[in-house]
Design a protein around this ligand. Structure first.
Ligand SMILES: [Mn+2]
Length: 330
């Protein structure tokens, strides 16, 4: 028989009767989809599976099959034969409830973050997988676990969300091929898109209208292209009756403008303090800007907090963008 990267993981799971499946705090589509995809496949094979997430499932993911069976607390004395962790690079990101658990059994760590510290007893870390959901699908194939329609919907959502709807460079031929197989197994693209991306509360748009009216596109004169800024204030949240989550993703409107290389959203968190989100296109690295203000992130997506009045805060951020991401004009 051919060797497969999942052989050891499959061996652990085959031997286990009582299994805990976990993913990271602040879960998004890949975390919830991978968790439930794995859970449903193993339950279908007769395993006794507990699916645990420390934090609540985001509203847009509440339609996922099996979501009602997720638990958010664990009994520290409960004993498992094995734990399968998905989409999580560090053990403490699995949450306090998991870390406190005395007998998690053999820990199988299945992930796609290159920064994964291999906290498991068995580690399957594939940095070029688009989503942990891809790996859950591979695991099922390797172990001979049937992928039911309900499991397929979860894995499809995992891949769909982590590839930015197949827009990011991680949308590889493998990601498309596996997504296609999951559609053949019963995941419905339109139904998923409708639930995940076309199901927002109206007040999000009331808020968006106010935020878009603050748009400024500035040429900062450093050869790095334009910077577009958006502002969301506490008063706007109050007027729209919206909480802060509803501004998630607004910064992408700034980045999406023709000629703009960096989009910035300034969100007032309290009087005199702003959370700044930066999004860059292509080769522009905004994490360097975030780091110089004590924040962090990835090359194309980073953030930090800054104190001061909005005009001063904006001027400091634009100056840092000019210094850090500009190419000397030639
Ligand atoms: Mn992921």
């Amino acid at each position: 028989m051919n060797k497969n990267i999942f052989d050891n993981a499959v061996a652990v799971v085959k031997k286990a009767r009582k299994i805990l499946v976990v993913s990271h705090v602040s879960p998004e589509g890949d975390a919830v989809g991978s968790l439930l995809g794995m859970t449903l496949a193993l339950r279908n094979a007769g395993k006794e599976v507990t699916a645990y997430l420390e934090d609540p499932v985001p509203g847009q993911m509440m339609f996922l099959p099996g979501v009602a069976t997720i638990v958010h607390t664990l009994d520290v004395n409960e004993r498992f034969d094995a734990t399968v962790a998905v989409d999580c690079g560090q053990k403490d990101r699995l949450g306090k409830g998991f870390v406190a658990l005395k007998e998690p059994g053999v820990i199988v760590n299945i992930d796609h973050h290159a920064t994964n510290d291999c906290f498991g007893d068995v580690n399957v870390v594939v940095g070029d997988a688009s989503a942990a959901g891809e790996l859950v699908y591979d695991f099922c194939k390797a172990g001979g676990y049937e992928v039911t329609r309900d499991a397929a919907i979860n894995m499809y959502v995992a891949i769909h969300t982590d590839t930015g709807s197949f827009r990011y460079s991680c949308a590889t031929p493998d990601a498309f091929r596996k997504a296609g197989e999951l559609v053949a197994l019963g995941a419905e693209p339109w139904e998923v898109a409708r639930r995940v991306y076309e199901n927002y509360p109206a007040k999000k748009y009331v808020l968006l209208a106010m935020v878009l009216s603050t748009l400024e596109v500035l040429n900062i004169g450093n050869g790095a292209g334009d910077v577009a800024t958006l502002l969301v204030t506490l008063e706007m949240f109050k007027k729209a009756g919206a909480d802060k989550d509803l501004a998630d993703g607004f910064v992408n409107y700034a980045r999406a403008i023709e000629g703009v290389q960096v989009g910035a959203l300034f969100r007032e968190v309290k009087q005199g303090e702003y959370k700044v989100s930066l999004r860059a296109k292509g080769d522009v690295d905004v994490s360097a800007v975030a780091i110089c203000f004590g924040g962090g992130g990835h090359k194309n997506a980073a953030g930090f907090s800054l104190k001061g009045e909005i005009n001063g805060v904006k001027a400091r951020v634009l100056a840092a963008i000019r210094d850090k991401v500009g190419t000397p004009s030639s």
